[in-house]
Structures are given as structure tokens and as C-alpha cells.
Design a protein around this ligand. Sequence first.
Ligand SMILES: [Zn+2]
Length: 335
Amino acid sequence: VSATQIFTEIDFERTGKQVGWLYLPHSVTRSAYGNIAVPIAVIRNGSGPTVFFMAGTHGDEYEGQIALCNLIRSLDPGMVQGRIIAMPAANLPAALAGTRTSPIDDGNLNRAFPGDPTGTPTQQIAHFIDQIIFPLTNYYHDFHAGGASLDYVPFVSMRMSGDPALDERAMAALKACRPSDGLTWKYSHGQGFCVMAAMQRGIVALGGELGGGGSVNLCGVAMAERAIQGLLAHAGVVAPAIDKAPPASVPRLWEVPARSYYVLAPAAGLFQPVVELGAQVEAGMECGLVHFVDDPGRSPVSVEFRASGMVMAKRHLGRVERGDCVSHLATEWKG
Ligand SMILES: [Zn+2]
């Protein structure tokens, strides 16, 4: 069925815990018969659904990478009824470089689906996940953060599939992750998203932004670990854990309805935000200023919000080009 070139010693059907690699042929000067070894773990016991966790889709988003490494080391197969598949560094070259896209092909794994078995390494990884792992999967969680360029209020997210029954199941799974904030993306920046590809296969699929700035957000790691426990319990794959300090059980629910909730830099320069993450703003309020340090007599350009809501994300890096996202808002979830 699949023409993937990726090979592995991992057996998705075997009982027990396997930690190994997906080998993607990559012939280069330093290694004629070399392979990119993408880490993967499969933990299987008894019968039950399959939950697939992924992080390192973007290499500079770290909270999920840490949470999944912790999961892989700590889980005893005897605790599992069903199957857990975990890829903590899905786009390995990007994860090792600490970059959003792969340094090999500039590939963005979260824009590469459904992938291509004869394409670049990033396209091949996407194809393997879409063709080999998604058909095994009932529940999927892909962990993100803002990366180098953005900071986020941490949240767990879902996307609208067009199937109300699947969306309802995704919202139930989101709530089971017990985040302080939950968000529904109704607007998408581009195409080729992992979560959308999963939803097209009827998988209950979640995402989330757990921090940003190319750093490790402590609350974000905790949110990822709570989400892993919550989703595994919700799926019936692992018995519910008893938290020492359970978070608020009802998340605040948000949505991003349209492109107008994004604010773009109108010019190249140095961006000064004037609002903090989590602030409530109205359309027409100032979001920030673009300064021209090479022409100090020139007045800075003001950038305004075009919608009302909460500041969910803001730019982390100071320098901007025209068209860079400097902030985006979310508004209360309308269902
Ligand atoms: Zn990301």
C-alpha cells in the first residue's frame, strides 16, 4: 500500500515496550549509506485503543518533547490496556538543531501532510505518519509551542473537522486534558497540518501551544504531562492518575475565528509590544509600534488590533519584517 522508504525494527503489534527508531535513508558526504534515525516508542498491552503522541513537529518547541521523553521512560506496559505510540522528536533534524523547520530541507512538518514517500526528509516523515501510524490511531495529540518567534498563553487546542460528532469527541478529549485554557482553531494559517490530516481519518485529534520564545515553559511542561495522563485515562488506556494538586477542572474556552484576529507588522523594523500576554483588548486599540533605529528622526508606525479578545500570542523576537505576525487574539468559544 505504502511506498515509504522508511524502515524500522519496531513492531507496532508486539506486546511490551519498544524504544527504537524510524530509519529514513539519507545519503550524504559524511555517510554514504546513512539514515536519519527518528525516535519512536510503542507500548502495548492487552486490548484497547491506540493513543499517538507527537512532539518536536517543530524543533524549537520543547515542552512536549520533554513530556514525551518522561512518558516513554516511566510507563510500565503493565499499566496499559491498548497501545501508546510516542514520537518525541518527530522532525528529528529540526529538533536537534532547535529550529522550527528542518535544516536539511527547510521542511515544516506541520505544513507537510499528507507528505510524499519520494519527497524531502520532512515530506517522507509526514507520509510515514499519515500512511502507517494514523491508520493505527484512535486518539492523537500533537504538542506545540510558539517556538523562537512567538510567546503563548499555554493551552490545549482542537480544530473543526466539519463532522459535528467528531468535533464533540475532540472537545470531550480536550476537557479530559484538564488545561487551564482550551482553544478551537477556526482559522488556519496555510494547509498541510498534522491534526487536520488525522481528523480526515476520523481520529480524535488535539494540539496545543505550551509556551514559546524557544524556551522551556514550566507550566507548559506540566500542562503537557497533565494532558498525557488525562487523554490516556479518557481513552481507557491507562487508569486515571491522582494529581497532588489538580488544576481547575473546567478550562476557559477560546476560539480563533478569522484571520482578522492576527496582527501583522506593517513595515520592517524593531517591534515594541504595548500589551502583555493575557490582556483583554478591543478592536482599534494599539498592539505595538515599529521603530526605525537606522532613521531615528522617523516616527514609529503604530499597529492596531482589528478584533476584540484576549492576547493569546505575541511576538518574542524584536526585529520584524513586513507581514510577520506580532500578535494574535482569541475570543470566547461560541461552540
Ligand atoms: Zn509548532
